[in-house]
Design a protein around this ligand. Structure first.
Ligand code: FDA
Length: 509
């Protein structure tokens, strides 16, 4: 609900007195600037429906100072704060809330400056920059010699992505995006602007993987860039047919992909096809020549039946364009290339290869639901070398791959939403015996509110029981790192100003 007009007037005068003019108040008219400003960055259309609670105000700060002042003005008016970078939260946590408390949305999309220093192989960028904007600038300003490790979708925002880790095609070689963060400019709940040297060590640790929306607002990140070769090898290959044959192929993948040289990324997507068969597609990136990629694959994975014509050498930035499903390098800078739909996702980690029977069972279930698919991302390499307590992201050595379960649908199928979501939950239940357990782990960037939610009545109060309850998802996302996150939260935001359905609760004084 929107605050009354007197509070709007007070909020406006607070913002205007700080020189902030880019804001609009809630409006029900679909053609209002408010509606456009809200929806342009909603990635999961499930949270664009009229029933989704809307912010009382959207503010677009144009500078670090305006960001700081926007936080303070919202606090002064006792509005809950939501912060949005790329709007790709799977559960819409950057722009809505189920608490029905009035809230203000700070959208960072105008804070997207990227500064690359090729000499020191580092970059500073504002946290409203998308991954595509960063990829574009890093490649352009280093003449194609440098890259960085992060996710494949170009429109994902660096604010939320790095806050939760950030896995991508270079992660087996260089780790997560968060593993490569050197420094940060951060605004705490009281508006203090802090860099790494000014903040508690636990807080700097928490910001790099402890999940967005819990701590305050990251204004900018400093990133270690990584060398990329002149030419890389890119390929995709699909096989479809009887499930038993495909299950053999996927079974072998589990032994191959996590153990390939760390220069290799080979993921697999599995879906059903309407004729009751299955379809398995592989995406590969190799940081080296086509010949070398070909010889490694034919040696270790002849079942893939790759031929030289499947492999294509290209610049690293062109492989980024391919992985993002775009047409050209300039598309990387376009914030609205990604097609949008309604979706629900869940995630798992696999530590022991799944049996052939298990895979056949999974693929038979998938064959019945053409709207669903799973994505398996290989770990190993640097992902296993980096310690599981170095950052909040704990899924390191011992994990063969992650699974992401997805089901999506269009507006025309809106009436089927509950059935689709129930289907995904059933499939996830089937997979339970093949994946990590005690706790069953999940990736915080694939946010899943099914794991549990904070049920604060006033979200700023938090009790010892809240911190215990939050283990439901805290343990799944962070395992043994959860307690340190609670300590970090208690230090930086004891009043729980930055909270959401799955944020880390502080301990009471
Ligand atoms: P959004 O703006 O929705 O923010 C997400 C959360 O972070 C919210 O809680 C928000 O408040 C908070 N937040 C945002 N900016 C902040 C800031 N500056 N300071 C503090 N908190 C902030 N992941 C992955 O690891 N690898 C991948 O390849 C992909 N690919 C992918 C594709 C698509 C199509 C989607 C929808 C998602 C992914 N993801 C992914 C998951 C993605 O990493 C995850 O959804 C991120 O949280 C999205 O970050 P955004 O800034 O876009 O989201």
């Amino acid at each position: 609900s929107a605050p009354d007009s007197t509070s709007n007037t007070l909020l406006s005068s607070c913002l205007l007195s700080k020189g902030i003019k880019n804001f609009s108040y809630q409006s029900n008219s679909p053609s209002s600037p408010f509606n456009k400003q809200l929806t342009f960055s909603i990635q999961n259309l499930r949270y664009s429906l009229p029933s989704t609670p809307k912010p009382a105000i959207i503010i677009f700060p144009l500078s670090k100072y305006q960001l700081q002042q926007a936080i303070l003005c919202l606090r002064q008016r006792s509005l809950t704060i939501r912060v949005r970078s790329g709007g790709h939260s799977y559960e819409g946590l950057s722009y809505t809330t189920s608490y029905r408390t009035p809230f203000g949305l700070i959208d960072l999309s105008n804070l997207n400056l990227v500064q690359v220093d090729p000499t020191s192989a580092t970059a500073w960028f504002e946290s409203g920059a998308t991954l595509g904007e960063i990829y574009y600038n890093v490649a352009a300003k280093s003449n194609g010699t440098l890259g960085f490790t992060a996710g494949s979708c170009a429109t994902v925002g660096s604010g939320g992505h790095i806050s939760g880790g950030g896995f991508g095609l270079l992660s087996r070689k260089y780790g997560l995006a968060a593993d490569n963060i050197l420094d940060v400019i951060f605004i705490d709940p009281n508006g203090r602007i802090l860099n790494r040297s000014m903040m508690d060590e636990d807080v700097f640790w928490a910001l790099r993987g402890g999940g967005g929306g819990s701590w305050g607002v990251v204004y900018a990140w400093k990133l270690q860039l990584v060398p990329v070769p002149n030419r890389v090898t890119w390929f995709t290959i699909s096989h479809s047919g009887p499930i038993k044959l495909l299950a053999n192929l996927v079974h072998k993948w589990q032994f191959v992909a996590p153990n390939l040289p760390k220069e290799f990324y080979l993921s697999t997507d599995i879906s059903g096809s309407e004729d009751g068969n299955g379809s398995v597609s592989f995406t590969g990136l190799y940081l080296g020549s086509k010949w070398s990629a070909f010889s490694i694959l034919t040696d270790r994975y002849p079942e893939l039946m790759i031929s030289e014509s499947n492999l294509e050498e290209m610049s690293w930035i062109d492989s980024v364009v391919q992985a993002a499903g775009l047409n050209s390098v300039s598309d990387l800078r376009n914030r609205s290339t990604n097609s949008k739909n309604f979706f629900k996702a869940k995630s798992d980690y696999v530590q022991t290869p799944i049996s052939k029977e298990g895979l056949i069972g999974a693929m038979k279930i998938l064959a019945k639901e053409p709207s669903a698919y799973i994505i398996c991302d290989p770990y190993g390499g640097a992902m296993a070398r980096i310690g599981s307590k170095d950052l909040p992201f704990p899924h390191r050595a011992g994990n063969l791959f992650s699974i992401q379960y997805l089901i999506d649908w269009t507006k025309a199928e809106e009436g089927m939403a509950d059935r689709y979501i129930a289907w995904l939950r059933d499939f996830y239940a089937y997979m339970g015996s093949f994946v990590s357990n005690n706790p069953r782990a999940a990736y915080v960037n694939y946010l899943d509110l099914d794991l549990g939610t904070n049920n604060w009545t006033t979200s700023t109060s938090s009790t010892v029981d809240d911190a215990k309850h939050a283990r439901l998802w805290g343990d799944a996302y962070f395992l043994w790192n959860y307690d340190r996150l609670v300590r970090a939260k208690t230090k930086i935001d004891p009043e729980n100003v930055f909270n959401n359905e799955q944020s880390i609760p502080p301990l009471p004084e």
